[in-house]
Write a protein that binds this ligand. Structure first.
Ligand code: KIV
Length: 271
């Protein structure tokens, strides 16, 4: 089965129905109008305006520097392109941790100024108060557990998380906290497949994996990674579906050649 053409607009309810009937959920990131239009036309279920924009769009080493204003700029560009997918926007680092009022205000700004449909944040118990407050305003929230890149300086590495039972137990507790709060889905990043399977038996909301194995309800990848635009990042879980770095570079080289040799523009390409 590929794209479900019966779904005209993906909502959080549609995702829950997809989980119940065992239909896998597809999710990719997008940060701009042109790419979001292609991804939506292809039939993706969820578009994540991820704070990975900090890496792939702005060239930062981590996701920490991106600001709320920058996330809103990316999200509003995506919203203008999309007619079918559910749009989720990452709350940036520093705009929700430790202050639930700021978490709510940041989420309201994202919803009002971009027109997106929901927000995502990283963490479990530590962000419970923020999640509760955002949900109380009627804003759908997606959780994110496992490798949470905004905490990279605490982890120290991008290695697989929760390999040991102690950390696995804490992660399961966090997943229950997010589900009990009313989150509509949880992203699980870079955890053992066996742990995802365990979670799948206990958690009733959709679990979307990135490096979390096949026993989850859906998969997410960073668009620029799966299209082969970025090359330096090659974790085991990443499947590349194109080599756009090569394609784009070769197109640009051909263009430069044609300009330098006066081949472009030819007689038919001018007025
Ligand atoms: O920002 C992002 O792209 C993400 C995905 C890795 C899930 O959070």
């Amino acid at each position: 089965m590929s794209v479900n053409l019966d779904i005209k607009r993906v909502t959080t309810h549609v995702l829950q129905e997809m989980k119940q009937r065992g239909e896998k959920i597809s999710m990719l990131t997008a940060y701009d109008f042109s790419m979001a239009k292609i991804v939506d036309e292809a039939g993706i279920d969820i578009i994540l305006v991820g704070d990975s924009a900090s890496n792939v769009m702005a060239g930062h080493e981590t996701t920490l520097p991106i600001t709320l204003d920058q996330m809103i700029y990316h999200a509003s560009s995506v919203v203008r392109a999309v007619t079918r997918a559910l749009i989720v926007v990452d709350l940036p680092f520093g705009n929700y941790q430790g202050n639930s009022k700021e978490a709510l205000n940041s989420s309201i700004r994202i919803m009002k100024e971009s027109g997106a449909h929901s927000v995502k944040l990283e963490g479990g118990k530590q962000v419970k108060e923020s999640v509760d407050r955002i949900l109380s305003a009627g804003i759908p929230v997606m959780g994110h557990l496992g490798l949470t890149p905004q905490a990279i300086y605490k982890f120290g590495t991008y290695e697989v998380r929760a390999k040991e039972e102690e950390e696995a137990k804490l992660l399961i507790e966090d997943a229950h906290v997010l589900e009990d709060c009313g989150c509509f889905a949880i992203v699980l990043e870079k955890i053992p497949a066996k742990l995802s399977e365990r979670l799948g038996k206990e958690i009733k909301i959709p679990l979307i994996g990135i490096g979390a194995g096949s026993e989850v309800d859906g998969q997410v990848l960073v668009l620029h990674d799966m299209l082969g635009i970025t090359r330096e990042f090659s974790p085991r879980f990443l499947r590349r579906y194109a080599n756009l770095h090569k394609e784009i570079k070769s197109a640009v080289e051909n263009y430069i050649h044609d300009v330098k040799t006066r081949d472009f523009p030819n007689k038919k390409e001018q007025y």
